[in-house]
Design a protein around this ligand. Sequence first.
Ligand SMILES: Nc1ncnc2c1ncn2[C@@H]1O[C@H](COP(=O)(O)OP(=O)(O)OP(=O)(O)O)[C@@H](O)[C@H]1O
Ligand SMILES: [Mg+2]
Length: 198
Amino acid sequence: MGEGEGEGDMLCFTPTLILPHPGEDIALLFSSLKTIFIGVEVEPLLLVNNIEVIYHNVILVLKGMSLQVNDGQIVAILGNNGAGKSTTLKAISGLLDSEDGEVTDGFINFQGERIDKTSPEKIVRMGIFQVMEGRRVFGDLTVEENLVVGGHTNQNAKKMKQDMDMVFRYFPRLVQRRDTLAGYISGENSRCSSSGGD
Ligand SMILES: Nc1ncnc2c1ncn2[C@@H]1O[C@H](COP(=O)(O)OP(=O)(O)OP(=O)(O)O)[C@@H](O)[C@H]1O
Ligand SMILES: [Mg+2]
């Protein structure tokens, strides 16, 4: 855990919905899903394999770190302060570069594609986004404006509206606060706002 109770970074994935293509046999689709669920050749959604991370070319922080997240799973990383939890998440979301850190060994795959040398902009478009610990909101923007900024990768206005409605459904308290400057809302609500924005 970080500074305060309930604090900590969080990594989220865009949920994937598997729908049949027009004309595709639904029975066939389910039989292929069954194959996935019984665990035959299941590719993990996220695979962190034996990574090493070094900051500033000299500070070795992670060595032999591995984890795997399967579709639909929620995985928590526990550890002492300074153990390397945030570093692990930054390695996945591509944010190490901004802190002069680097994955120097091992690899990270998302949906079978290697991402440890991929830019954070591309990773976020692939559907991985990190909710940083602390109150990471734009204090001079309203709650709603924060959500719009957080959803900037969404180019489709209809989808943006659907996503916004989803955030307000998950965090109903934000509905009354949608026009309030994010800098003035409670810690809990700003946490919801930053999670929703991501
Ligand atoms: N930008 C950086 N440059 C150099 N060293 C760093 C940097 N960021 C983190 N570290 C070091 O890496 C180690 C792991 O830090 P990290 O923030 O990943 O730990 P954490 O498990 O998230 O800790 P906490 O529970 O306090 O959030 C610590 O020793 C820290 O000092
Ligand atoms: Mg941390």
